[in-house]
Design a protein around this ligand. Structure first.
Ligand code: ARG
Length: 462
């Protein structure tokens, strides 16, 4: 006996077992069950409104769908691969529960617009959750920045000590990145927020379905404008994957710094035992595995973006089965992102900051050489010339084994007669730092001002 499938009317042979296995998406798209059922409940309402089913039939269908949802969430549902995907699995179970009436639910709909709807509903929910995780991350950065407000560290370019900065300023740099990241997610939401049902298989449903009513039931702010585009478009997924790749890129840079800073060479921070691991061979080891994994997982998130861009690039309109391959990269990205976003804030909150090590590093390496040059500029020397003088002083200090702060007045005067006693203050690390009181600079005043603004922003939920 040939197996019954919802589409098997014109078929006389069974699907090959290997082909069936390859065709099935149920093992991963079962994750969409809640959204699929939510969409089906709305569709039942829409076809009732169009007079395709009666109000009492609509109620029976909705009750049936709710029962299926309970079975799945209670772990009592058997997902078999011959049911192909979550849409058919739910429809078949509905029919077995409420009888042939279940077969009326798919009127005016296709799995093509159904899956487009599910993906949008699912992604919208996940984006909200990710935005709230980023919000918590931003709160954590602000908390750690406030707690360490006076802590001075070397700022780097080319990983060479460059100029002194506040640790809080450094942390707030990541705040700004995350702030743009959530802005990008809000943009994604905007475009995911369009309701595709009614597109049917590709050409539009022949039934008079009230698409706006459906959008309202499902909380969408608009309906899609072209049926072919509605079932073909996955750019809302790609846009999300691209925003996710940027988030991971930012977190990977942070991870790299956490790893460097907790090395003995830097010794700027010590991660809590709770977020590190030991070595099975070397008893002394305390490894920053979590930060390393965050850095490493960036690769798979980039890969998922490239996978989807490549998947879509050659597809003719409208739906093609290739598009079933959109799910695993999306799900994997969401899982990875949520995992990293959840574990990083407690890891950062519990790290021990070694203020002395940071300050000592900021004192060595002539981070105030620019300030010596700027001093001469204030006395009227062109910056290029002042840069040369300060460079020569640095060379002299390196030879003599002293810092700029340790230079005697007669030594300063050997390099330029413009130097007066107040050069000592100009090259003081704290003065160097606080001279950068420009908007966006690292002075204590500028950083405190930014902290106050972002705290107000966070209170408003931005
Ligand atoms: N499982 C399919 C997917 O995720 C659903 C749509 C199938 N449509 C079809 N005409 N075979 O893409």
């Amino acid at each position: 006996m040939k197996k019954q499938k919802p589409w098997s009317g014109r078929f006389s042979e069974d699907t090959d077992t290997l082909a069936e296995e390859m065709n099935a998406s149920i093992s991963f798209d079962k994750r969409l069950f809640r959204h699929d059922i939510r969409g089906s409940i709305a569709h039942a309402g829409v076809i009732a409104r169009a007079g395709i089913i009666t109000v009492s039939e609509c109620k029976k269908i909705i009750n049936g769908l709710r029962a299926v949802e309970k079975e799945i969430s209670g772990g009592r549902f058997r997902f078999s691969p011959d049911l192909e995907d979550i849409h058919m699995a739910i429809e078949q179970r509905l029919t077995s529960l409420i009888g042939p009436l279940g077969g009326k639910l798919h009127t005016g709909r296709s799995r093509n617009d159904q899956v487009a709807l599910d993906m949008r509903l699912y992604l919208k929910d996940e984006i909200y959750e990710i935005i709230s995780l980023i919000h918590a991350f931003k709160l954590c950065l602000v908390e750690v920045a406030e707690r360490n407000i006076g802590c001075v560290m070397p700022g780097y370019t080319h990983l060479q000590r460059a100029q002194p900065v506040l640790l809080s300023h450094h942390l707030l740099a990541y705040y700004e990145m995350l702030r743009r990241d959530s802005g990008r997610l809000f943009d994604c939401l905007d475009r995911a927020d369009s309701m595709p049902l009614g597109a049917g298989a590709l050409a539009g449903s022949p039934y008079d379905l009230d698409r706006r009513y459906c959008a309202k039931l499902l909380g969408f702010s608009s309906v899609t404008e072209n049926s072919l585009d509605s079932v073909s478009d996955r750019d809302f997924v790609i846009e999300f994957l691209s925003a996710s790749a940027l988030i991971m890129m930012h977190l990977s840079r942070l991870s790299e710094e956490i790893i460097l800073w907790s090395s003995q060479e830097f010794g700027f921070i010590e991660l809590s035992d709770a977020f590190t691991t030991g070595s099975s061979v070397m008893p002394q080891k305390k490894n920053p595995d979590i930060a390393e994994l965050g850095r490493g997982k960036t690769g798979r998130v980039y890969g998922n973006l490239i996978a989807l861009l490549t998947l879509m690039k050659g597809l003719p309109l409208a739906y093609n089965k290739d598009m079933q391959e959109d799910k695993e990269p999306l799900f994997d990205t969401i899982d990875t992102l949520k995992q990293v976003l959840r574990v990083y804030p407690p890891m950062i909150k519990t790290m021990r900051v070694n203020k002395e090590a940071m300050m000592n590093a900021a004192r060595k390496g002539f981070l105030n050489a620019t300030d010596a040059a700027d001093y001469l500029v204030k006395k009227g020397m062109p910056f290029r010339e002042a840069h040369g003088v300060s460079g020569a002083i640095v060379a002299y200090c390196i030879k003599k084994g002293v810092t700029l702060e340790e230079m005697e007045m007669d030594e300063w005067l050997r390099f330029s007669k413009l130097f007066k006693n107040d050069i000592k203050e100009a090259v003081n690390i704290m003065n160097s730092l606080n001279a950068r009181k420009i908007h966006g600079g690292t002075s204590l005043a500028s950083v405190k001002k930014r902290l106050n603004t972002v705290k107000a922003e966070l209170r408003q939920g931005i």
